[in-house]
Design a protein around this ligand. Structure first.
Ligand code: BTN
Length: 350
């Protein structure tokens, strides 16, 4: 499991972490942030003791608590403590510590097992929980996909993440919400993994070289033309090698671990995706993103110039994919040269 390489001790500048009030509000989160900042290096016990204004025994007992909460923290004499790796199951203190590092946050609910993170967001919003909020789970028992499908959601290091928003804007403002989020999640993943081969397959899939890496599912409730609640779910294959998926899925799927050739730090990755989605949401409701979306789509379009088949409710069409129009509809160039606007459908690359 350890996925931080071995490191020596590194001096942590006392100014690196800003302490707003004299009393540190949450010492566990503070210790974790120091360890995250230093990883893979060690942080001296006396630096921690000084910053927390407690004895070294007090620091040791904090570290012990964090270990009991599932974190692998190594101790070495004369070196101090270091975070040796990130668990493949969600650890709330660690994800919250990462969120503080990223300086963009919302309340996060983490579950070991849930029916569907989208369903849980729906329940939380119905219970008047403050928005935005995010729900994470190690495993989904009834993970939902598009068009009534199920989303295979085993335990072991994949990401099942949903957000709840109350946008209160005209429905038209967020008609391309999934495309917009897809662009930004895709660009972030390319940077994070160091590839330019992750693309968005219109309208809601992320692909890597013709294999599915992730799916997005947006569900909205509308009242008098205004979006009351918006739920956005992301299922991303992270640390489970897809050869362990059922045979019907394994051939056509890929995980970040497959692409990167090694374990991904699930908490770091998830916290950064949460930040991206929150930022992209804010941009999308301010209503100024339409031109940007159209331009940025060209960089991530998995289908451009490809021969595809689209199955809509009643018909099956074949043609060449030619990007999207200003409304986010897929442009299908038919054999007779005519362009057909596609609002929804199931696409197969031929
Ligand atoms: C698709 O490709 O059909 C969309 C899949 C979306 C799956 C995610 S996993 C997190 C969230 N919870 C769900 O039940 N579904 C979405």
């Amino acid at each position: 499991m350890p996925n931080y390489p071995k490191g020596q001790r590194k001096r942590i500048s006392p100014r690196k972490i800003q302490v707003k009030s004299k009393k540190i509000q949450d010492p566990n989160s503070f210790v974790l942030r120091m360890l995250i900042n230093a990883a893979p290096y060690y942080v001296s016990g006396s630096v921690l003791a000084e910053k927390l204004n407690m004895s070294r025994v007090g620091v040791w007992s904090r570290i012990d608590k964090l270990r009991k909460a599932g974190l692998t923290i190594e101790a070495a004499q004369n070196l101090g403590y270091r975070l040796a790796g990130e668990p493949n199951e969600f650890n709330l203190p660690l994800i919250n510590a990462w969120m503080k590092e990223n300086r963009k946050s919302c309340k996060i609910f983490a579950y070991d097992q849930i029916d569907s993170t989208n369903s849980e967001v729906e329940r939380l919003l119905a219970n008047n929980e403050k928005s935005p909020l995010a729900v994470l789970a190690n495993q989904q028992l009834k993970g939902r996909g598009r068009l009534g499908r199920t989303w295979h959601s085993p335990k072991g290091g994949n990401l099942y993440l949903s957000f709840g928003f109350r946008p209160n804007v005209q429905a038209i403002r967020i008609r391309n919400f999934t495309l917009w989020q897809g662009i930004h999640i895709c660009k972030f993943l390319c940077d994070y993994i160091g590839t330019d081969k992750i693309k968005v397959k219109w309208p809601n899939d992320l692909y890597y070289k013709e294999k599915k890496l992730a799916g997005m599912l947006a569900e909205a409730s509308i009242d008098c033309e205004r979006i009351k609640t918006l739920i956005f779910g992301l299922g991303l294959n992270v640390n489970i090698p897809t050869k362990r998926f059922p045979t019907s899925l394994s051939k056509g799927s890929v995980s970040l671990q497959n692409i990167a050739g090694g374990q991904i730090r699930l908490h770091e990755l998830s916290s950064k995706i949460i930040k991206i989605v929150l930022q992209s949401f804010e941009r999308s409701i301010d209503g100024s993103v339409q031109n940007e979306l159209f331009e940025e789509w060209k960089d991530v379009d998995a289908l451009y110039g490809k021969s595809i088949q689209i199955k809509t409710g009643k018909e099956s069409l074949v043609g060449k994919s030619s990007g999207i129009d200003a409304e986010g509809n897929l442009q299908l160039k038919l054999r007779n040269g005519r362009i057909k606007n596609i609002h929804s459908g199931e696409i197969t690359i031929l």
